[in-house]
Design a protein around this ligand. Structure first.
Ligand SMILES: [Fe+2]
Length: 142
């Protein structure tokens, strides 16, 4: 990979890592705060999403180090809510924005140059889109 492209990719991976840090904290906080009917089910879903973001962050750090970069410890902004419907709306937005970021990144990676990076991002996109679908489904009204 050309070094200019490599440093641009590392920059974007670090931006994505900031957002993964934020998303993990967002979901852990929601899991602790959720109240009301079905709160057990929501708590389980939020904890599952949090664990997934922790895993995404781990994969990003490994790719950043392999590319010669330093993984950021910064955390992107986090939106909070007290009502479960608002939490779920925030989560759908979060996953939608993450999917956009990763899809844009994937277009800039040449599969032949770095297959592991390419497939790591592809897998994160797949999991992010599944989560987005889950949160959109929860938002659907009759
Ligand atoms: Fe993620």
């Amino acid at each position: 990979m050309a070094s200019k492209n490599r440093s641009e990719i590392v920059k974007t991976l670090n931006l994505a890592l900031e957002h993964e840090h934020a998303a993990a904290i967002q979901y852990f906080t929601q899991a602790a705060m959720v109240r009301g009917l079905m709160s057990d089910a929501f708590r389980d879903k939020f904890l599952k999403s949090a664990a997934e973001e922790v895993e995404h962050a781990k994969r990003l750090r490994d790719r950043i180090v392999t590319l010669g970069g330093t993984p950021t410890t910064r955390v992107a902004g986090i939106r909070t809510a007290t009502k479960v419907a608002d939490m779920v709306q925030i989560d759908a937005d979060t996953e939608g924005q993450a999917a956009e970021l990763y899809i844009g990144l994937l277009k800039r990676i040449h599969k032949g140059d770095d297959l592991l990076l390419y497939e790591t991002i592809e897998r994160i996109i797949e999991e992010t889109l599944e989560d987005l679908e889950d949160y959109q489904r929860l938002l659907d009204k009759e």
